[in-house]
Design a protein around this ligand. Sequence first.
Ligand SMILES: NC(=O)C1=CN([C@@H]2O[C@H](COP(=O)(O)OP(=O)(O)OC[C@H]3O[C@@H](n4cnc5c(N)ncnc54)[C@H](OP(=O)(O)O)[C@@H]3O)[C@@H](O)[C@H]2O)C=CC1
Ligand SMILES: Nc1c(N[C@@H]2O[C@H](COP(=O)(O)O)[C@@H](O)[C@H]2O)[nH]c(=O)[nH]c1=O
Length: 598
Amino acid sequence: MAFSLGISCFRSSLITCNAIANYNSNNIYHSHSKDTAFIRRAAELADMSAGLSSPHPNFGCVITTASGNVAGEGYLYAQGTRPAEVQAAEAAGGWSKGATAYLNMEPGDCHGDHTAVSALVEAGITRVVVGIRHPLRHLQGNSIRALRSQGLQVDVLGEDLQSKIVEEARKSCLLVNAPLIHRATSRVPFSTLKYAMTLDGKIAATTGHAAWISSRKSRERVFELRGRSDAVIVGGNTVRKDNPRLTARHGGGHMPMRIVMSQTLNLPEEANLWDISDVPTIVVTQRGARRSFQKLLASKGVEVVEFDVLNPREVMEYFHDRGYLSILWECGGTLAASAISAGVIHKVFAFVAPKIIGGKNAPSPVAELGMVEMSQALDLIDFHYEQVGPDMLISGFLHPIPEPTPVIPSEEETFAIDPTVIPYESSIIFFYKTWDPYGALSNFSPHPIQMLDDNGNYATWTTVEHYYQAHKFLGVNDPVAKDCIEKIKSAKSPEEAARMGRSMQRRHPDLVRPDWENIKIDVMYRALKCKFSTYPHLKSMLLSTVGSVLVEASPHDLFWGGGREGEGLNYLGRLLMKLRSEFLGDSSTSSESNCLAL
Ligand SMILES: NC(=O)C1=CN([C@@H]2O[C@H](COP(=O)(O)OP(=O)(O)OC[C@H]3O[C@@H](n4cnc5c(N)ncnc54)[C@H](OP(=O)(O)O)[C@@H]3O)[C@@H](O)[C@H]2O)C=CC1
Ligand SMILES: Nc1c(N[C@@H]2O[C@H](COP(=O)(O)O)[C@@H](O)[C@H]2O)[nH]c(=O)[nH]c1=O
């Protein structure tokens, strides 16, 4: 079938085409080799839209005939456009009958229309090989189940197919959607630190002059990296020294937001970054810093966001909550060291130019990390070397890509908490973000509660999270604690309330009520009982989950959440299951006594 390779491989790298062609001509690979070669091709296709549109899940699909020829290919250009599977099936036409489809990732059926699944079924595909399950929990497994229920054979790498080469191919699928996997498993976006340095390890001359260290070709590569990111971030000093633009000048592609981190706000009044005609800029700063300068920035249309504590982790958590998937750090060594220390940098791209500038005080890419012995050095994982023009690009990971598959907690343990869960027949309901299915179980769901305060008056709390966070400081005889309660109470969002409560607790543990650790579960239970008593539809939803284990899928909160690997204590899930039992045990259960159930 000569049609296949000629048409389908024109966009692929030579290596992949050769691998497939070799397979066809020599037939030397066993079945895993064939499957993994096509899965890698699907991942390669999936990567094609990166940088063209705003980052989104990357999907690629390859359809092959029984004899191993490529009949059709496709990749998702952007969210909401025609799915990769639809395009591949159309390209394959009649050759789809009895064919195998290779998908780098399980399709996500966000809108309930099963477009990708239907396309494969209607095309007559009989086998589907999936690189990874969808990392978002409410979508995970749905399409695989739907395909299997239609009689298709579905093989998932690492589950139904296992070997060293399968693991390697699976890794390419994890890589192509690393930002989405991070979104599903951690509280911060996927961050890449990029810098250009001379052969003697300097990112600027002693004077601070840095234009340019790397070659034009390397800098064009940087434009492409920017286009693949949701935002580019620099520190105040880079703005002062370089007056950067930070735009992705790679030809009509996606433009990332620009973020400046500055504690002092001692920044120039005129700067390229304050020109927001092409793309917006956000300045994040310390609360109260140079209010007059903040006004000036606002008058230019630059958004200013104040933080109680301006550090890379808080800033990244904030941008995660704003929905950012991936961030490119193009700062100098000072901020880079701070970000690495905070554990928010996942990947490094270092362009090394074959030139020497010298200078005892010339800056280097990463400033003080507090390490004293070489044995403490951070080792890069999965590193890669590539020549770009005259420069060498070294890239690698500081942290492995997290495993997206959730670990299921033991059913016996759950039965002990809630006897309505029948061991071996239960299912798990994960909840986390309020927009997810069962998102209303989250403490961040927008359901105000009214609870009696110390003065015998009913006070309204915007969310359970507001109530919970503020109660850390209740009864403490200190004006700062009282002020903090009021601030948390009027926080615009539960995210903000949580940030305030947590950071105050970290910075001023002396202001937290002394009995907090003993009473926090009761405080939470009271608020939850009030919420679910106040809103009948929420109570019905909770009751509809009978028989299921409820797990708050928070990867970072190991007390209230289930943790990344099921290692969390899942106290929120436990309390909800306890409340469910209480509601079931007595249909006339009164509402929480301190609660004004509407
Ligand atoms: N070759 C390359 O790839 C690059 C080279 N450079 C060069 O590096 C030099 C600047 O490096 P450097 O001074 O390290 O600049 P940075 O970009 O690291 O900026 C440091 C500034 O970041 C702000 N900041 C805010 N929060 C924090 C925090 N938690 N930790 C640390 N910093 C924070 C502060 O700004 P503020 O003082 O306003 O409060 C601080 O002074 C310039 O000469 C520039 O040309 C810069 C980027 C890339
Ligand atoms: N000097 C240097 C880099 N410096 C980075 O690029 C920014 C300038 O971007 P722009 O104004 O958009 O061209 C600058 O502030 C710093 O973050 N990058 C590189 O790839 N190579 C280089 O040699």
